[in-house]
Design a binder for this molecule. Structure first.
Ligand code: ATP
Ligand code: MG
Length: 423
């Protein structure tokens, strides 16, 4: 991709109203723009990251046995009345009336919609279970205080999954399976996320965990057993002491507890049969008996994760994208508008792209200083500088944005191999 063709308006100065690093950097690097309070558009670079996060989440959901569906964003009032949440969900739900004067809700979550989707085709058979459906869909919540850019928006992208099981023991197995999938997702994203046992609160239910990325600017206070950050066995991690807001009734405290601020990026619940019972979704057991399936629900804030990644991966000069979600794998900077540098840069760009590594070539007629500063701000994993001095010695200079490692590589046949290995 040529930088001259990429619509990425970057800002030299910090926007005055951006309070935290991710908000500031996402605006400055040209990833997002505000459309109205709490409503955001994604520019090409931001959309690439959003898609990369969604892709990893989708792959791991499918790997864990979940099936992808898509429910409408607008949900009928009647459904929310039947579940009992029309009155209880509160002012966060945005409601509308259509031309026939029927009430609609702009989906803040989709338990009702998923149960109804299954119920419409009659009772489930026990052989179909466990059944896990998921979607990646925009949600709307009329937050009292939208802030921090896409971190707390009114419209945001969520992956929401819903499990259905024959009884509580089976539902607990589905819950553990999703917990393990979440651990894999956050590892692939390059995020250290602490699982925190959470209150079941407004959703009701039997069990709940939140996943928090530790960051000074996080909105929650998290207290946790430090082993939660390094424990790789999900079954052990699930039982470790951790809590958002300092309390965890019923669990003995470990000897060491650390406290930090956290950004909630995921939340899972073992719900019981509240929704299936209220909406009349049944399962027919092996003995022909009918019962209400036991449900779990599992959210991940895809758009919030983009901000959390920036919050966790940046320095004074800009973003440092993890390789798994970077909008491009590498950027090539010909430092002078000289034909030799430009043609070497183009060759590197083309070869990387041909090798399956997305690459941004800064072909603009701007100063080396601007190119270098923008490359730092945007923070692609590898920066490849083609400068006049290096080129005279037959060398390019490659810098790893995350570690600062710098290497000179000879221009030639092996060059792409070396770069590819590094990526
Ligand atoms: P919070 O406590 O931050 O308000 P929540 O408990 O209301 O979140 P859930 O209902 O558990 O959120 O939704 C699942 C996930 O969706 C959250 O873990 C979070 O990552 C994301 N999310 C929730 N609200 C927002 C929002 N306003 N903007 C962006 N992402 C959000
Ligand atoms: Mg929550």
């Amino acid at each position: 991709m040529l930088r001259s063709k990429l619509h990425a308006p970057m800002l030299r100065e910090d926007p005055a109203d951006a309070e935290i690093a991710s908000h500031r950097l996402m605006l400055r690097a040209g990833l997002i723009r505000q459309s109205a309070n709490g409503l955001w558009s994604w520019l090409p670079l931001g959309k690439r990251v959003l898609d990369a996060v969604a892709r990893i989440v989708r792959e791991e959901m499918i790997h864990a046995g979940a099936e992808e569906v898509l429910a409408p964003i607008m949900q009928p009032e009647d459904l929310w009345r039947r579940s009992g949440r029309w009155d209880s969900f509160g002012a966060e739900t945005l409601r509308a009336r259509d031309r026939r004067d029927r009430g609609l809700v702009f989906s803040p979550t989709a338990e009702e919609a998923m149960v109804e989707l299954l119920r419409a085709d009659g009772a489930l058979g026990w052989r179909q279970l466990p059944l896990v459906l998921f979607q990646t869909q925009w949600k709307f919540r009329d937050e009292i205080r939208p802030r921090f850019g896409v971190m707390r928006a009114r419209e945001f992208l969520m992956k929401d999954a819903y499990s259905f099981d024959i009884d509580e023991a089976a539902a607990r197995r589905s819950y553990a399976g999703m917990f393990a999938a979440y651990a894999r997702i956050f590892r692939r994203l390059g995020l250290a996320a602490v699982p925190v046992r959470a209150a079941t609160g407004a959703m009701g239910g039997l069990e709940s965990h939140e996943f928090h990325v530790l960051a000074e600017t996080g909105e929650s206070a998290v207290a946790y057993d430090p082993r939660a950050l390094t424990e790789t066995d999900p079954a052990v991690a699930m039982g470790l002491w951790a809590s958002a807001d300092g309390e965890n009734p019923g669990m003995p405290r470990p000897e060491r507890i650390e406290t930090a601020r956290g950004i909630e990026i995921g939340h899972i619940f073992l719900l019981g049969d509240r929704y299936t019972r209220a909406l009349g979704l049944e399962v027919i057991g092996p003995d022909g008996q009918r019962s209400f399936p036991v449900m779990g629900c599992y959210g991940i804030g895809i758009s919030r994760i983009v901000a959390a990644l920036v919050e966790a991966c940046h320095d004074a000069r800009g973003i440092r994208w993890p390789r798994s979600v970077a909008p491009f794998a590498a950027t090539v900077l010909p430092l002078v508008p000289d034909e030799a540098a430009m043609s070497a840069a183009r060759q590197i760009h083309d070869a990387l792209e041909a090798g399956g590594h997305s690459c941004l070539l800064d072909d603009r007629d701007v100063s080396a200083g601007i190119k270098l500063a923008e490359a730092d701000l945007l923070g692609l994993p590898l920066r490849i500088v083609v400068g006049p001095k290096g080129l005279a010695r037959g060398r390019i200079e490659v810098t790893d944005r995350a570690t600062g490692d710098l290497r000179e590589i000879p221009v030639g046949a092996d060059m792409i191999q070396v770069l590819g290995d590094w990526l």
